[in-house]
Design a protein around this ligand. Structure first.
Ligand code: 6GU
Length: 238
C-alpha cells in the first residue's frame, strides 16, 4: 500500500517508523511518504493560512498549497484504481473497525490533515474529481489538528494488511473483530499478589475455556458498550 501524508508538521509522522509499521515499511509492504505543505507555497513566509471569508474565529487553510501538493501526489500515483483522499476532521464519519477493514484493501491512501479552523471547502470539491474523498473523524472529541488522528487511522488500517502483523490469529480474536469487546487475558504466575487466574483457564478443557471467554466478551460488551450490544440482537439469549 502506498500512503502519502501532507501536513505542516510532517515530523509528527516519525512515530510511524517504529514497531510493526516501521518494519512493514522496511519489508516493502508499505510505502509511506511525507510531504511538507509549506513546500507548496510561493511567498517568502510560506503562508498556508488566511482569515475566513465573511469573518469568524481563527484562520482557514488556503486552497492552492493543498492543490499543488495533491497534484504532485497524483502525478506519482502508480495505482490502477482512484486513490482515496482522507480528510481528517471531527465533523467526518467516525472510523470504525469496518471502515478500517475497507480502507485496508486500497492501493493508495492520501491523508490531508488540516490545522486551524480547517481547509477551504473547495479543495475537497476539486479533489473529488480526482480522488474518492472521505471526511473522517476518530471520535466525538476535538484535537488541535488532524495529525494525531492520521496516526490512529494509519495504524488501524495498515495492521489489517496481510503480513504487517506476524500473528494473523490475533486479528481475529481482538476487540471489535466480531462486534464484541475482548475477553480478559492472564499470564503466569497462576497466583500473583494474592489474586488467582480464573480456574477454568487452567483446566485444559478447550471447549469450556472458549465458552468462558465468549461469556466474558458478551458481559463486558453489555456493561461497557451497551450501544454495541444493542446492535447484536443475533447474540441475545433471553
Ligand atoms: Cl480527524 N481531527 C480533529 N482535529 N479532531 C478530531 C478528529 C480529527 N477526530 C476526532 N477529533
Amino acid at each position: 500500500m502506498r500512503i502519502d501524508l501532507i501536513s505542516i508538521f510532517p515530523e509528527f509522522f516519525d512515530a510511524l517508523d517504529l514497531s510493526l509499521i516501521g518494519r512493514a515499511q522496511q519489508d516493502g509492504l508499505l510505502d509511506i511518504r511525507r510531504h511538507q505543505l509549506r513546500d507548496y507555497t510561493a511567498d517568502k513566509h510560506r503562508t498556508v493560512d488566511s482569515p475566513p471569508v465573511a469573518g469568524g474565529a481563527g484562520m482557514v487553510m488556503k486552497p492552492e498549497p493543498w492543490a499543488l501538493a495533491l497534484d504532485e501526489v497524483l502525478a506519482a500515483d502508480g495505482a490502477a484504481e482512484r486513490p482515496t483522499l482522507i480528510v481528517p476532521t471531527p465533523s467526518g464519519e467516525v472510523l470504525t473497525q469496518q471502515a478500517a477493514q475497507d480502507l485496508s484493501g486500497h492501493q493508495h491512501l492520501v491523508f490531508a490533515p488540516g490545522r486551524f479552523e480547517g481547509i477551504d471547502e473547495r479543495v475537497a470539491e476539486w479533489a473529488a474529481e480526482r480522488f474518492d474523498v472521505r471526511r473522517m473523524s476518530i471520535g466525538d472529541y476535538v484535537l488541535n489538528g488532524g495529525e494525531a488522528a492520521v496516526i490512529v487511522m494509519v495504524e488501524a488500517v495498515t495492521r489489517l494488511i496481510p503480513g504487517v502483523i506476524g500473528n494473523a490469529d490475533s486479528l481475529a480474536e481482538e476487540s471489535h473483530a466480531d462486534g464484541l469487546l475482548e475477553y480478559p487475558v492472564y499470564t503466569k504466575p497462576a497466583e500473583w499478589r494474592g489474586r488467582a487466574v480464573p480456574e477454568v483457564l487452567l483446566s485444559g478443557d478447550h471447549a469450556k475455556i472458549a465458552a468462558w471467554r465468549r461469556e466474558q466478551s458478551e458481559a463486558r460488551t453489555q456493561q461497557v458498550r451497551p450501544d454495541l450490544w444493542e446492535s447484536r440482537t443475533d447474540l441475545w439469549h433471553n
